[in-house]
Write a protein that binds this ligand. Structure first.
Ligand code: M7G
Length: 327
């Protein structure tokens, strides 16, 4: 199988860093729960009233006294229709906040089983993870193919996030029991799994990702007509698998790729059309059906055209574009 697009050196450095900090291995095998109660809160990276989520930077201290960074995301989950009547009946307290004519508001305190908070942990977290979740000013970049070759590609090769988690899924070392569908073909196959962002409790925020088996395709920029069979498989089989398993028709799915992605191993996002998923905005999402049509028209489409995306002001890639006088 082809080598990963990302230089081994960088990944190994990260893994060594993690090992030195006493963190767990990356193969998904060590299922030791994260010591949430021992986390020392360093700062709130971002808080969103709209998403009802808070992104925290914390530190776990090892017995030797050394601190290791973690990102913890706490997020209130959508209501589940079938549990709403329980909530009305079994609330522990109902406190009147205000009443005016026919209008009134209350504080309702649900019992523990109905007040779940989805908790996502990145541990050990690298500096790049902290940056990813930190609220920052963003700027639009218009990247030509030349910019990609001279600025973005060298950056990706030296700086991108580890994609060990992707290999763990493809090799069934992690999340094997969550696989919804697999086409095992090493060239045109993929694995479809629920995304980290989806707790699968309700379909309103349905979110799955298809990870390709091939390892040398980093992003949209690498795609040519050669990849059409793979992309068509993802589109057709992905839709069919989601209809069968979750009863959601293809007409209610948004199926797209990110450019830039965070993880440079080609993957496709499947989200509920009614869900305003993070990263589904025009400056980041490319509909898979459009990508397929573009490649069918011109095999070199994504090696010719300029692509637009947003970067945070203190991202290294943004600085590279600034240095090159492209911002
Ligand atoms: P992306 O476009 O590379 O980056 O998408 P983004 O995170 O900035 O959107 C990667 C997708 O993979 C995202 O939707 C993540 O939520 C999802 N994801 C990331 N990790 C580390 C995992 C994981 O370990 N398991 C699963 N199932 N999904 C993940």
């Amino acid at each position: 199988m082809a080598e990963s697009p990302r230089p081994k050196r960088k990944r190994e450095e990260e893994e060594e860093e993690a090992a030195a900090a006493g963190a767990e291995p990356h193969d998904g095998a060590a299922a030791v729960p994260f010591p949430l109660a021992e986390l020392r809160l360093r700062r709130v990276l971002r808080e969103s009233a709209r998403e009802k989520a808070v992104f925290l930077h914390g530190e776990v201290t090892s017995p030797s006294g050394e601190g290791t960074n973690a990102v913890v995301i706490l997020e209130k989950t959508p209501f589940q229709e079938e549990k709403v009547s329980d909530l009305l009946k079994k609330h522990t307290k109902l406190e009147l906040q205000m009443r005016n004519d026919i209008y009134s508001t209350y504080h309702l305190y649900p019992p523990p089983e109905l007040s779940e908070i989805k908790t996502t942990v990145v541990y050990p977290a690298t500096e790049k993870h902290l940056q990813k979740y930190l609220r920052q000013e963003v700027h639009l970049i218009r990247e030509t193919w030349e910019d990609y070759k001279s600025i973005t590609l060298p950056f990706i090769q030296s700086q991108s996030f580890s994609i060990q988690w992707v290999y763990n899924i493809l090799e069934k070392k992690a999340e094997a029991d969550r696989i919804i569908h697999e086409n095992p073909d090493p060239c045109d196959g993929f694995v479809l799994v629920p995304d980290l962002k989806w707790d699968q409790n309700q379909l309103d925020d349905l979110y799955l990702i298809a990870l390709i088996h091939r390892r040398e395709v980093k992003s949209l920029r690498d795609l040519t007509a050669e990849h059409l069979p793979l992309l068509r498989n993802i589109l057709q089989e992905g839709k069919e698998a989601i209809r069968k398993r979750f009863g959601v028709p293809a007409s209610q799915l948004r199926i797209y790729l990110h450019y830039q992605p965070s993880y440079y191993h080609l993957h496709v996002h499947f989200t509920a059309l009614g869900y305003d998923a993070p990263g589904s905005s025009v400056e980041r999402a490319h509909l898979l059906a459009d990508v397929i049509d573009n490649l069918a028209m011109d095999s070199m489409y994504y090696q010719k055209r300029a692509l637009t995306f947003a970067l945070r002001a203190d991202e290294l890639l943004f600085k590279k574009f600034q240095e090159a006088g492209r911002v």
